[in-house]
Design a protein around this ligand. Sequence first.
Ligand SMILES: [Fe+2]
Length: 332
Amino acid sequence: MKIRQLGGDIAGWIIDVGKISDDTSFRYQDVFVAGHERAYQIWREQKLADWAQLSQKKIIVLDSISKLDRSETPQILEQCNAHNFAIYQLNDAISEKELRPSLIKFCKSMGLNRAEIHRSQASDGIVSIQVEKHAIGTGYIPYSNKSLSWHSDGYYNGASKRILGMILHCVRDASEGGVNELLDHEIAYIRLRDINPAYVTTLMHKETMTIPENTDERSAYRPPSIGPVFFFNEVSGRLQMRYSARGRNIIWRDDDETTKARALLSEIMADDPMIVRHKLQPGQGVISNNILHNRTKFSHRDDESSTSRLLYRIRYLDAVNATNSNSMEANQ
Ligand SMILES: [Fe+2]
């Protein structure tokens, strides 16, 4: 899993995920096919070595989000390739007005091009995650100050709208709380498979998790979402995850193996040593391949105050991928 730079005027960056080792002919997707034990073991060894060598807690400092340095883009790509997420920090003081288009360009430079159309988005596609009075009591917890349990984003989307990548950027943090926990879903996969390969096989079943149909307060209809928890996605070329720990409005496949696999997954998410806990500071963000994450409850001085917590979020039908990225030059 290496990154190399393409030459020429329109320089880009390539991540090799298609071949997992120089001494085998296995492809990355073979790892997730039941019975391909050798491919799995080689990939697992490399994956865990990456975690040991490249700190998942590293915060990559970007001098200017609108003018990425030549060394900064590959750092983020390398981090995302190894861990499925990267935490970054902007060094430049930038106005909120300038920040918004810069964030979108930044995402494009990481291969995130096809943004989800979301009902709460502004005209530029950015969703503001903040306390909304209208959301209180509606069950839309992201727009409240309540805690959010472990999930991947958009788990209720249909198969054609799977969220493969996303960015969360902190404009203002909360006075108290609002801490995120992050867990690379490939690590969760490894933990489960190491204990019992049948657990990952059962969570890859195409009817593992069903989110019933819904009609929201704006009369927008969403059909039922039926699908696996873990899946190999042909678009991203990666293992992806679709999950929510919520107890309500989720119908799980009714068999012992699914129940046991879910219980073990809950244990892993409770205290795995590879969980990263981080409270995003203003100017910091997480760019990811829609990894597992949660949020603690938070409080601030006044719901209507400009000091209340504000995060910008954009979700994509793409994963972080250098081969889909615009050139760095094009973003300068
Ligand atoms: Fe989320």
